[in-house]
Write a protein that binds this ligand. Structure first.
Ligand SMILES: [Zn+2]
Ligand SMILES: [Zn+2]
Length: 272
């Protein structure tokens, strides 16, 4: 059995006490790969920490980028620092998470938009797919992706007719129209544990209507622990619950969901 957690944060202090156990449990559950996304103040050492984890474990890759919450901390120095980290390691397979968060507004919206545009340009220069975070900002997110030319084709998809894929909208919680606009731009849609929540009927309705060839699964752990584990700390092994939910929605076996979403992941991020 094979699953990939396309978005997790296990480099953080929440896992300092038992990180190796968490990784072992993921493997036991059939989760063979994870994309660990570094976030935080770009000059705090947080990104070195995320990268270090990916250097240490074969099945863990890293994404580096400044989260919209921290957009106010992104300046020339931060940019140079991050770009140098990305250049020095083959373990970085994506730029992100970047985007817009109008729910928390931790950084001013005009700053978020400017930093989002700037990082999209950087990702393009470095030929990396992007991991997009969008919360209550769907129209602006799509508009900016549209004007940016939406990244670059993935490395090993030269023969794919749909070779405009350029990133993923992670922890998707938007409308069907938003998902379809993103797919039209060549993006993938990733669902997290909130797909399993009792009140998420609208989101499940969206997931049911999207083509499996454009979907990924993730935990976004330590957040969004899926049913039936809600209330506990989340971890990559739980990504199988999201696969189980998607399987029901699409009338497939969950192994099939694991296989297709893993292929999608490998194609997008250029890993095997
Ligand atoms: Zn996010
Ligand atoms: Zn995240």
């Amino acid at each position: 059995m094979r699953f990939i957690d396309s978005h997790c944060h296990i480099d953080g202090p929440e896992y300092d006490a038992d990180r190796d156990d968490v990784i072992a449990r993921a493997h036991d559950a059939g989760v063979e790969m994870m994309l660990n996304v570094g976030t935080g103040d770009p000059l705090s050492g947080a990104f070195e920490r995320a990268l270090g984890l990916a250097e240490k474990h074969e099945g863990i890759y890293a994404a580096l980028g400044v989260h919209p919450h921290d957009a106010r901390l992104f300046d020339d120095r931060a940019e140079q620092h991050l770009a140098a980290l990305v250049r020095q390691s083959k373990r970085v397979v994506a730029w992100g998470e970047i985007g817009l968060d109008y729910h928390y507004d931790n950084s001013p919206r005009d700053v978020q938009r400017e930093v989002f545009r700037r990082q999209l340009r950087l990702a393009r220069e470095m030929e990396l797919p992007v991991v997009i975070h969008s919360r209550e900002a769907d129209d602006d997110t799509i508009a900016i992706l549209n004007e940016s030319g939406a990244g670059v084709p993935p490395v090993n998809h030269a023969q794919d007719a749909r070779a405009t894929k350029s990133g993923v909208l992670h922890c998707f919680g938007g409308s069907l129209a938003m998902a379809q606009s993103a797919i039209d731009l060549g993006f993938f849609i990733s669902f997290a544990g909130n797909l399993t929540f009792k009140k998420a009927e609208d989101l499940r309705d969206v997931a049911r209507q999207l083509p499996l060839e454009r979907l990924l699964i993730e935990t976004d752990c330590p957040y969004l622990t899926p049913v039936p584990f809600r209330g506990k700390r989340n971890e990559p092994a739980r990504v199988v619950e999201t696969a189980r939910c998607l399987a029901e929605l699409h009338g497939k076996e969950w192994e099939e969901i694991g296989r297709v979403t893993s292929e999608n992941f490998c194609g997008l991020f250029g890993v095997r």
